[in-house]
Design a protein around this ligand. Structure first.
Ligand code: C2E
Ligand code: MG
Ligand code: MG
Length: 715
């Protein structure tokens, strides 16, 4: 682009201004110097002329005086004839007239007028006297030389007089000239200062003007650079350049043109990005539901299985097929079918979390892809199934199509994977196979691709449903494991639940308590255990052999968190009439995970009524040390994992010693669970442990066996 008006002006204007200013200042200085020089030289010339006239006068009068003296000498000696004397006299008269003219010129000169008027007058007067006396002396010289001589002597005094005057005038003139010279120099200096100040002011003004222009230019240049960088880094279809729009509107020169070009470029870029987006939309999105399509899903799957960052995490791919979708198409037409699909897509969208991928992969088929946080395959599978069932339930609510209500179910296949080496096509086909399996099972069902997972899911679901009726069917039974003091005397027992399953036999609480917690069944089951304990305690209080025994009941965190837990326990105590101080509730550190303050309040409320608390599995949970002090505890149970290795593992020994020391410091009783050998018992006893529970004494047994054991140990 050629440099145009604005740019030229912007760059040349400052230079031009400096040039014009310098030229002006130079001219002004020269002009002032010239006029001062002329004035000074005029004055000097006239002063010099006056000085010249004055010295000419002095020279002429001295010559003339000498001639008069010579003439009078010659006359006295008779060396001159009368004619010669007369000629001399005439010549002297003429010369004196000439000199008088000189005196007049001198007397009228400016310098003399300025210098001293009196001296001029004196000069004039003395000269007039001298002239008269000289004329008279030369006139009578031929007749009477002695009288002439008398006149000459008088003339001599006048001569001396004006010689003094003229000397004074010469001195004054010289002084005057020097004074003028000094004044002229002063004037020079003043005008130099004036010109300097003026130049400084002018230069400052120009500097400010140039600065303003420079700031404006650099501002424009910066805005242009910003706009260009925005263009290069922004790949959105919405690129806003407000500064360029302002520049285009407000500037008509080059900057306006540059802004114009940049905005044009931006518009082109936006058009291109939009076209690309549209293209991308057409390739990767479904036009009807605006959901991602199969292509998009494939890309995302490729990414998920292709990146190392996602290893170890489980992912689920759900393949969903609407049941009997064809019917609505056939009966109500394709438009109605499309409407329904849009509604299904919307419902699915609302049911999913951010980050889950939903795609329409076929006519009435949708796929959902998400990551699961669970580390165990069974947990992840359970979560995936829960999500799938929730989606199925959401989809089975009524739709309104074409003014008619319509119900619709969906069958869903699930593929769970964590192996990043699995191929995308394999995944897709497994999901479709799982979907066909679900369809085969019946409409509205969910099926896993992995038959093992499916079997596990089925097993757990079945167990859960059986657990629901286990309590009513009296399949839940209680075992009792005695607890002993230092002298191996029974001081109480822990109640441990078992499930006597009709087909599977005795099921461990480790297998069904988590199920009961998840389904909420733990609340009625837990209540039943406390009731059973209290019923026993109520009976034992009248039996001298048993009345000192405490019964410990395990309370799960979920059960403990129930709002009415305190009231529930207290009402059981009241109803059964059990001695509250014989009921011990075993809590685990997981109760601290939520509201600690509330947990403490509940414990205190129950403790006020005499109920005691033990912290179960102590040492395996969270930073309970800081809470231990605040929790109203009566007992801590050293977890059996530490007891197991106490003989071989020095670390466990230290842990146990620490727990016992802590208990002693806080006056909390310490019991060791899982004591299996004499060696363990001896060590625990040596460290100061006060209570013991474990196979060394007895396994958890039925109530009748337990009572028999009590009798045996007491005797
Ligand atoms: P827990 O409360 O820590 O119970 C101690 C567990 O250690 C019991 O397992 C017991 O049989 C076992 N045990 C006792 N002495 C020894 C020993 O010397 N060696 C070994 N290896 N094990 C010993 P169990 O009966 O299988 O109970 C497991 C867990 O189930 C209990 O751990 C408790 O957390 C839970 N649980 C049991 N009954 C109930 C209940 O009624 N309600 C609740 N919420 N949880 C219960
Ligand atoms: Mg326990
Ligand atoms: Mg325990």
């Amino acid at each position: 682009m050629r440099a145009g008006k604005t740019v030229l002006l912007m760059f040349l204007l400052p230079a031009f201004a400096v040039l014009v200013f310098s030229f002006g200042i130079g001219l002004l200085s020269l002009q002032s110097l010239k006029s001062q020089y002329l004035i000074n030289s005029d004055i000097q010339a006239s002063d010099l002329l006056t000085l010249h006239q004055e010295s000419t006068f002095k020279r002429d009068i001295s010559e003339l005086h000498q001639r008069v003296s010579d003439t009078l000498d010659a006359a006295r000696k008779g060396a001159l004839s009368d004619i010669g004397l007369y000629r001399m006299h005439a010549k002297l008269v003429d010369d004196l007239a000439e000199i008088e003219e000189q005196v007049e010129v001198l007397a009228n000169s400016n310098l003399l007028h300025e210098v001293n008027h009196d001296s001029v007058q004196g000069l004039r007067k003395s000269f007039t006297e001298y002239r008269g006396l000289v004329i008279m002396a030369t006139e009578i010289a031929a007749i009477d030389p002695s009288t002439a001589n008398t006149f000459f002597i008088e003339a001599q005094s006048s001569f001396n007089q004006f010689s003094i005057f003229s000397g004074r005038i010469a001195m004054l003139l010289t002084e005057r000239t020097m004074q003028r010279e000094k004044e002229a120099r002063q004037r020079h200096e003043e005008s130099f200062v004036q010109i300097f100040v003026f130049s400084l002011l002018g230069a400052t003004l120009i500097f400010v003007a140039v600065l303003i222009i420079a700031i404006r230019i650099s501002g424009h240049v910066r805005d242009i650079a910003d706009a260009l960088s925005e263009l290069s880094y922004n790949s959105q279809s919405d690129i806003r350049l407000p500064k360029m729009e302002r520049l285009q509107a407000n500037s008509s020169g080059e900057f306006g043109r540059i802004a114009n070009v940049i905005l044009g470029f931006r518009d082109d870029m936006v058009r291109r990005i939009k076209a690309e987006e549209e293209n991308h939309r057409l390739i990767f999105y479904d036009a009807l539901t605006e959901l991602p399509n199969r292509c998009f899903l494939q890309e995302q799957l490729q990414y998920a299985v292709g990146t190392g960052s996602r290893v170890n995490n489980f992912h689920a791919l759900l393949w969903l097929d609407l049941d009997r979708f064809k019917v609505i198409n056939d009966v109500r037409g394709h438009q109605a079918g499309d409407d329904l699909l849009i509604q299904v897509a919307e419902r699915l969208r609302q049911m999913l979390r951010e980050g889950d991928l939903l795609a329409r992969v076929g006519g009435d088929e949708f796929a959902i892809f998400f990551e699961l946080p669970q580390k165990q395959q069974s947990d992840a599978a359970k979560e995936a199934e829960r999500i799938a069932l929730r989606i199925c339930a959401g989809l089975s609510r009524e739709y309104f199509v074409d003014g008619h209500g319509h119900f619709m179910s969906a069958s869903m296949g699930i593929v769970l994977f964590s192996d990043r080496h699995i191929g995308v096509e394999t995944l897709l086909s497994q999901a479709e196979i799982a979907k066909y399996q679900a369809k085969d099972t019946g409409p509205g069902t969910v099926s896993f691709y992995d038959p093992n997972i499916q079997a596990e899911i089925n097993r757990v679901a079945e167990l859960e449903s059986q657990l629901r009726s286990a309590l009513d069917l009296e399949q839940l039974i209680l075992h009792y494991q005695l607890q002993f003091d230092e002298k191996s005397k029974p001081v109480g027992a822990e109640i441990l639940m078992r499930w006597q399953h009709p087909e599977k036999g005795l099921i461990s609480p480790l297998d069904f308590i988590p199920l009961a917690e998840e389904s909420g069944l733990i609340v009625p089951i837990g209540k039943w255990v406390i009731e059973s304990a209290c019923n026993l305690l109520s009976k034992w209080q009248f039996n001298p052999q048993l009345r000192h025994l405490q019964l410990a009941v395990n309370v799960s965190a979920k059960q403990f968190r129930q709002n009415n837990f305190v009231e529930m326990v207290l009402s059981i105590i009241e109803q059964t009439g059990a001695p509250a101080n014989k009921l011990k509730l075993e809590l685990t550190e997981s109760i601290l995970l939520e509201n600690v303050e509330q947990a403490i309040r509940k414990m205190k409320a129950l403790r006020d009524e005499g109920i005691t608390f033990a912290m179960d599995d102590f040492g395996t949970g969270y930073s309970s040390l800081q809470y231990l002090k605040r929790l109203p505890l009566d007992q801590i149970k050293i977890d059996q994992s530490f007891v197991r290795d106490i003989v071989d593992d020095p670390e466990d020994t230290v842990i146990i010693q620490t727990i016992i020391a802590m208990g002693q410091a806080l006056s909390i009783e310490v019991i060791a669970e899982g004591v299996e050998t004499e060696e363990q018992l001896n060590l625990l006893s040596a460290y100061g442990c006060q209570r013991y529970q474990g196979y060394l004494f007895t396994k958890p047994v039925s109530l009748s066996e337990c009572l028999a054991l009590v009798k045996r140990f007491l005797n």
